[in-house]
Ligand binder design. Structure first.
Ligand code: ATP
Ligand code: MG
Ligand code: MG
Ligand code: MG
Length: 465
């Protein structure tokens, strides 16, 4: 079953069950400063859950494009390393606004997977929030899931939050076992992160609103928000393990081979490029342009990371923009706005590629020379800082290269160099105050954007993940 057909089947199933098919929202959330990019299907319904917005339906279903490359849910560093993470993906969801609750939500999900799609029950595994006896009881006694295929997990896995504030609640998740050939254990076991059991669907029982001071107040009505990754479901239905093996990604990977000249379809960099062209192009279509702060900076990081992977494959020409046409061929039908704005996306990408090409070549040469002469396993913070400050080579790219070579970055040294630079800028600023008030900002804007908005992406965090 092709990815596009699966999307259709999902929406049709819920429409048949009295859900309104609602068009997806933009990747740039309207009027919500707490959110960097749309990261889940429920975002556009946030105020409906909170009770401050009313619709003329109380059941909805969507296929929502999402980007998780910053903020609370950030998968940028997972791309290329796991079988299941993208920066851009589509989330299929069904929603109840004060209508049905746990039992129907579980019933719908189970029926869709096991009857509508015919997935074998013995391949499925479920989790519930640790003290959610009600959900456990529905799974075991009403759906007939064996008790030994259900795990109770804590806040990290089974309490879903959109961000630090906003609607949230305990959740129940469905996993698919890709079989003994893949290393890894069931949810809750020590090696559950190894991609044998892949999480496919999250059913969130929306019950609370988290306020800015961290306290939680009950929502006006218990509601349901679910999200299932279209690409993960497609992998199962197409009999492959990794999302990158599905029809859509294979086409993009082959296109990436064509434009970069890489012959090895298994090369990890091709997966990164195939992933990043989707997030980059869709972000541009939704109005973001590369810049040095905020959303634009995250887009810039994504594009530059893709370019770096092309460079790694030995590609010396501009290549990323050429993939827009291939993306339109794959997704233009489902997303007419992508087809309409393809030329704009190409232009934006060409500009960014041209601008970054020289920076990249210089920076990589200096970094590689530095790595060659390393004694130990730690890239000195001063070098990371010099690359960033003098050559405009972003610290997260240095971290990315270091990780590939199993090296660490001297974070403390980097922070100290940064601090010293800030103090120099401040001193310089005082001196020239009436001539150039913006001096300090000039020196620090890029880093501040990266540091604050992509808070989770600080170099230290990048390396830990
Ligand atoms: P994981 O634990 O695998 O990182 P998650 O728990 O962060 O996933 P949720 O926030 O529960 O994901 O999102 C609901 C669903 O969206 C997931 O069950 C999965 O199918 C899909 N999904 C989440 N993140 C990604 C991603 N980065 N790429 C592709 N699909 C994703
Ligand atoms: Mg995640
Ligand atoms: Mg999870
Ligand atoms: Mg989840």
């Amino acid at each position: 079953m092709k990815t596009s057909e699966i999307r259709r089947r999902f929406l049709d199933f819920f429409e048949k069950n009295n859900h309104r098919i609602v068009p997806a929202g933009s990747l740039v959330p309207g009027n919500d400063p707490t959110l960097l990019f749309t990261n889940a299907g429920m975002n556009q319904f946030k105020d409906v859950f909170l009770g401050s917005d009313k619709r003329d339906y109380n059941r909805a279903t969507t296929a929502q494009r999402c980007v998780r490359a910053g903020g609370k849910h950030n998968d940028l560093e997972n791309v290329g390393y796991t079988a299941r993470h993208h920066t851009f993906f589509e989330m299929l969801g069904n929603f109840s606004f004060g209508d049905y609750f746990k039992e129907e939500a579980i019933q719908f999900a189970w029926t869709f997977l096991t009857e509508e799609l015919g997935l074998p029950k013995e391949r499925l595994w479920v989790t519930v929030y640790k003290d959610d006896d009600e959900a456990a009881d529905i799974w075991i006694n009403k759906m007939g899931v064996p008790a030994d295929r259900l795990s109770r997990l804590g806040d990290k896995d089974n309490f879903w939050m959109m961000g630090d504030t906003g609607p949230c609640g305990p959740c129940s998740e469905i996993f698919y076992d890709h079989g003994e050939d893949v290393p890894g254990g069931p949810p809750g076991s020590p090696d559950d992160d190894l991609d044998r059991y892949i999480e496919i669907w999250n059913l969130v029982f929306m019950q609370f609103d988290t306020l800015a001071d961290g306290s939680r107040v009950p929502l006006p009505k218990p509601s349901v928000d679910t999200g299932m990754g279209l690409e993960r479901l497609a992998a199962i239905l197409q009999g492959v393990h990794s999302n990158y093996e599905i029809d859509l990604f294979q086409s993009l990977i082959k296109a990436a081979m064509r434009v970069t000249g890489c012959q090895d379809i298994e090369n990890r960099s091709l997966r990164v490029i195939a992933d990043h062209i989707r997030s980059a192009a869709f972000l541009i279509v939704d109005g973001v342009i590369p810049s040095n702060e905020g959303r634009g900076y995250v887009l810039r990081r994504i594009i530059r990371r893709a370019i770096r992977h092309g460079y790694k494959l030995g590609c010396e020409e501009l290549f990323l923009n050429k993939l827009v046409a291939d993306l339109v061929a794959e997704m233009g039908e489902a997303y007419p706005e992508l087809a309409e704005q393809a030329d704009h996306a190409v232009k934006v990408l060409i500009l960014e590629e041209e601008q970054f090409a020289r920076t990249l070549a210089n920076g990589m040469a200096i970094l590689e020379a530095g790595i060659q002469s390393l004694e130990g396993k730690v890239v000195p913070g001063e070098l990371v800082f010099k690359l960033y400050d003098t050559y405009g080579f972003p610290a997260d790219l240095t971290a990315d290269v270091a990780r590939e070579k199993s090296l660490e970055i001297d974070q403390q040294g980097f922070d100290e160099a940064m601090q010293a630079q800030r103090e120099r800028a401040k001193a310089g600023n005082k001196f020239k105050l009436d001539r150039d008030v913006d001096l300090e900002l000039d020196g620090a804007t890029e880093f501040l954007g990266y540091d604050s908005l992509v808070a989770q992406g600080s170099v230290r965090k990048l390396l830990k993940d």
